[in-house]
Design a protein around this ligand. Sequence first.
Ligand code: DGT
Ligand code: CA
Ligand code: CA
Length: 574
Amino acid sequence: MKNQNLAKILYEMGYFLEMEEMPFKPRAYQKVAIIIDALERDIDEMYKKGGRKALEEIPGIGKNISEKIEEYLQTGKIKYYEELKKEMPVKIGELTAVEGIGPKTIKALYEHLRVRDLKDLERVAKQGKIKSLPGFKEKTEQNILQGIAFLKKSKGRFLLGDIFPFVKEVVERLESLKEVEQISIAGSLRRMKETIGDADILVVSKKPKKVMDFFISMPSVVKVWSKGLTRSSVRVEQSFDIDLRVVNGKSYGSALQYFTGSKDHNIAIRKIAIEKGLKLNEYGLFRGSKIIGGRTEEKIYKSLGMDWVEPEMREDNGEIRLAIEKNIPKIIGYNDIQGDLHCHSDWDGGESSIEEMAETARKMGYKYLGISDHTKFLKIENGLDEKQLFKQGKQIDKFNKKFENTGVDFKILKSAETNILNDGSIDIKDEALKKLDYVIAGTHSNLKMSKQKMTERIIRAMKNPYIKIISHPTGRILKKREAYECDLEKILRAAKEFRVVLEINAQPSRLDLNDKNIRRCKEEGVKMIINSDAHHKNQLTVMEFGIAQARRGWAEKKDIINTKSRKQLLEFFK
Ligand code: DGT
Ligand code: CA
Ligand code: CA
């Protein structure tokens, strides 16, 4: 937990330093923040064992920052950060959560209008005070109000990817208790919904008091909302809530079915039970007063004459009819992915080298990894030009030779995430694209075009014969901004015609395509790919969230091209 708190402070320090217009430092702090956040080991432990030296062995951490980290680990504070905050007493995390608001804007708004937090920001925007500041336009003000409205809509919900790893840890801790006989995640988290209201955990135990005592006294608990023998509810440090329920083994299946939801799915299932003259609740499935099912979910669905339904599909979107017809699709599994075709290396400012990324991918059991750094239009991302792409290709050839010579069944593929410019052209010349194994194109600028223009722009890019994948096709950022306006139906038709694959970007804040669009692709026979878009080797594992989204969209193995072997995949791209 210390890792996450420290990372947050270092990241904010980066913002503060950017306000001070320090040319180099901000990025250094934020890079270290990302690295610490992605560390698999507890930084406190590393420090206790190896001191400052151990900290400085983490790539990216130099003397200056290790000093600050040491101070934090010893005193819980960083004086320099406190000073920066005193000078500019603004709630950075809150303000930067608004789309389009960065450190420079925050500084200007504080200096001219004393804006400290979201409330202040909304007030001055509504009063029309922002547009009269030097360098600000009427449009900026409107965008800020839009950004705030969007943020409010998603208030109180958390990104799946932000809380899933932590809840899994809690489950592991509970699992290690001898009093816990069975345990499962339930609720929207088991359904792997993109955002989560609260986390739900279900346990079978004959000694609920022991389990509950342990649960409410975990070190990360900051508040106990309620404590009982069947249900307790707490808030943890990252400010979300966890509900724990303890049931009898006889009711485990029915309780798991009930608490997994969704509510709509449950209501529909219960109706089916009633039609059969049965009664279903969290304690079991009953005929009169006789229990006829409850221990397992499978038994309950079976007794209702249905297929068991994957949790990710339980949204009452047609899955119930298919389950009754015993015709539930076999959706893609979490182990079906053979490689990742969208990730960034340190060539474009990512945090890991090509070699490190490949090594991690190989350890994950992948057979291929596509390196797809940004290209030159994105100057702030150190986008590569034609020459650099060529040079990078040479380096990749060298690595691949080594794999070949040592009998390693793995290949790095050459790619790039190119930019779709305003008119739909690509920012890299065809002669350079030709040398890559496949090319990705994404829209990274000017997202506020009209629907028609945006649609034409993307379709023109798809017509380029080298473009094989469109990354994050709708551009949404969860909790931050809506998808841009575009005619998805037309894009689907073009994808089919020009044999272009649409991406399911697995970054927890994107998950783009979303579940509904994935289902449309599947219905239309448009192929998809699930990619991590990792900027650090430890981010390759976000793949899991992309697979979850694909499952929520009922995608099958055949719909997703990176379930193919390397040979099949390369053939597909030809
Ligand atoms: P969330 O927490 O907003 O992301 O969504 P859920 O689905 O986790 O909802 P939550 O935590 O309120 O409740 C967990 C599950 O319990 C829910 O998915 C279905 C079940 N449940 C809760 N309230 C009701 C209800 O009034 N009727 C029925 N049939 N089921 C309910
Ligand atoms: Ca929940
Ligand atoms: Ca709940």
